[in-house]
Write a protein that binds this ligand. Structure first.
Ligand SMILES: Cc1cc2nc3c(=O)[nH]c(=O)nc-3n(C[C@H](O)[C@H](O)[C@H](O)COP(=O)(O)OP(=O)(O)OC[C@H]3O[C@@H](n4cnc5c(N)ncnc54)[C@H](O)[C@@H]3O)c2cc1C
Length: 508
């Protein structure tokens, strides 16, 4: 006889665990099925910095979310406000003319309530002093609308959510890959599974929630949907998000939704492993990422700059610039800095396995830039850049300082300082994919929508699987919030369907 649970949740990342928590809150039985073993469970969510973007009106809104609301630094911290209108405008800025989608409106409007809900479930947060604030006039001044991260980052987030699921009576089964949905009539009534030894299994369910990630770890699907360059991309997170959830939903007629050629990708160390690595020490975990380009310049194999490195706060450019780097000739670039900004480079630039070259003079540095044959071109690019820097405006990394270049065909709009003070450093980077933007369409209750507009009864989706949330870019910290908002919603929706079915079965 096969097992039965009211709600089966596929995947154990943050979105899936939120779905499980929400369903448990409604009093139904829940099992979470995770393809990975316990070490890699938690998916991409575990690799994150735990940073979450949400709308808030000021410091007072943040206090109920904090692990330590008595931290004396809070007295001298300016979080500012990040109102719903600003969050919406930030998303709109990446929509390439599309109006806000229903998914984006839901993300923004539910963001703060979902953070409070997480805090009610013992997930606590800390201010991101190290990466999202600068010291100014004796105060910690936050910038860019992103203020809090889960305690102990992604590892802490997944651990807290896992504890909450287990303490509410949910079960989690690792090494249990979901390979197929069981369908009766049009209704999803369970899943077929395979354990680590390849042994098949089956669990019947009142409803199934897919929370098993996008297709970023599947080179063939990346190439098909995003483009030829993308088979070369490094994968920043889990090797397990191979698009199986999408394929299972498509097999039942689910509609493709969102921008399939879109993805979140950031500049990463050229010599990082093919996938993200959870083995490196926690404090160094994200350190293959290299996103301080706004403090210097980037040049490609032809010795040319190719983006406006200071176009906006890096929260608003880092998810696009990975694509820009990957699409350069040879799929790489060099980030170049002088000693004036060395102390501002994030810890990831001092990581024990960070690859870089260093020299006392710019010419000597340029000689060390492997992969670039035309050294004169790099020198000319840097000379032109240095000559174009506006010396009359003061450098201030806490604001968009307007310290830009004049007269370059490709400007640097903010934080443009001359690269003229040795020693100089250069870091080789490539593009690393974080997650994919194309997904499924879900209803207001989290149900998966069919090609013809109807629901697929009993099937729900959340997290990276939800399309229509991000298009040509991404305000940093929105992915986890999206996972939590749509995970919670799918959990409530699935629980309601499972309860209805069980009632119908009892009265039949
Ligand atoms: C290095 C890195 C840093 C990031 N930093 C941030 C950040 O600070 N803030 C932010 O908002 N976002 C960040 N993100 C993005 C964020 O990780 C995602 O938006 C979010 O975690 C996705 O959550 P999810 O639950 O949908 O997917 P995941 O957390 O990836 O979970 C999916 C799970 O499904 C499992 N799975 C896959 N297929 C199957 C199957 N067939 N059967 C069973 N299980 C399956 C996978 O093993 C995985 O555990 C980062 C991502 C990476 C890679």
């Amino acid at each position: 006889m096969s097992e039965y649970r009211d709600v089966v949740v596929v995947g154990s990342g943050s979105a899936a665990l939120c779905a499980a928590l929400a369903a448990l809150e409604k009093g139904v039985s829940v099992i979470v099925l995770e393809k990975a073993g316990e070490d890699l469970a938690g998916g991409n969510s575990k690799y994150t910095a735990g940073a979450m973007r949400f709308a808030y009106d000021g410091n007072a809104d943040l206090l109920p979310l904090l692990k330590n609301p008595d931290d004396p630094r809070l007295e001298v911290t300016e979080f500012g406000a990040y109102r719903a209108e600003t969050f919406e405008a930030d998303l709109l800025g990446f929509n390439d003319g599309r109006p806000l989608t229903v998914e984006q409106k839901a993300l923004v409007s539910q963001s703060y309530a979902t953070m409070r809900w997480l805090a009610d479930n013992d997930v606590t947060f800390e201010p991101i002093y190290s990466r999202q604030s600068f010291q100014k006039d004796g105060k910690h001044v936050f910038w860019g609308g992103l203020t809090l991260a889960a305690e102990d980052e992604g590892v802490g987030l997944v651990a807290a959510q896992t504890r909450a699921v287990l303490s509410k009576g949910g079960q989690i089964r690792y090494d249990c890959e979901v390979v197929e949905l069981i369908v009766e009539g049009e209704r999803v009534v369970g899943v077929r599974t395979r354990d680590a030894a390849g042994k098949p299994g089956e669990i019947r369910a009142g409803a199934v929630v897919l929370g098993c990630g996008g297709f970023e770890a599947n080179a063939a699907l990346r190439e098909r949907f995003i483009g030829a360059d993308w088979s070369k991309a490094k994968v920043r997170g889990t090797p397990n998000n191979t698009g199986r959830g999408l394929e299972m939903a498509f097999a039942l007629g689910a509609r493709q939704h969102g921008l399939y050629e879109g993805c979140h990708a950031t500049p990463m160390d050229l010599h990082m492993p093919e996938y993200g690595n959870l083995d490196i020490p926690h404090e160094e975990r994200k350190n293959y990422r290299k996103i301080c380009y706004f403090l210097g310049v980037m040049v490609n194999r032809d010795g040319m700059r190719f983006v406006d490195e200071g176009k906006d706060f890096r929260n608003y450019t880092y998810a696009q610039f990975g694509r820009a780097v990957l699409e350069q000739p040879g799929h790489f670039a060099w980030q170049i800095f002088d000693s004036k900004v060395d102390h501002l480079l994030y810890a990831e630039y001092r990581f024990h396995d960070a690859h870089f070259v260093e020299a006392e003079t710019l010419d000597a540095l340029i000689e060390k830039l492997d992969g670039i044959d035309d050294k004169d071109r790099v020198r000319a690019t840097l000379d032109a850049y240095n000559a174009a820097v506006d010396d009359d405006v003061a450098f201030d990394p806490t604001v968009k300082d307007g310290k830009g270049t004049h007269g370059l065909p490709l400007p640097k709009s903010n934080w443009a300082q001359k690269i003229d003070t040795g020693p100089f450093k250069a870091y080789p980077v490539t593009g690393g994919i974080t997650f994919t933007y194309g997904g499924l369409e879900v209803s207001a209750a989290g149900g998966v929508v069919r090609e013809d507009g109807g629901d697929i009864p009993g099937l729900f989706a959340c997290g990276e699987l939800v399309g229509g949330v991000f298009f040509n870019g991404y305000p940093g910290g929105s992915g986890l919030t999206s996972g939590a908002v749509f995970g919670r919603r799918a959990g409530y929706g699935a629980a309601a369907v499972a309860q209805d079915r069980s009632l119908a079965a009892q009265t039949a």
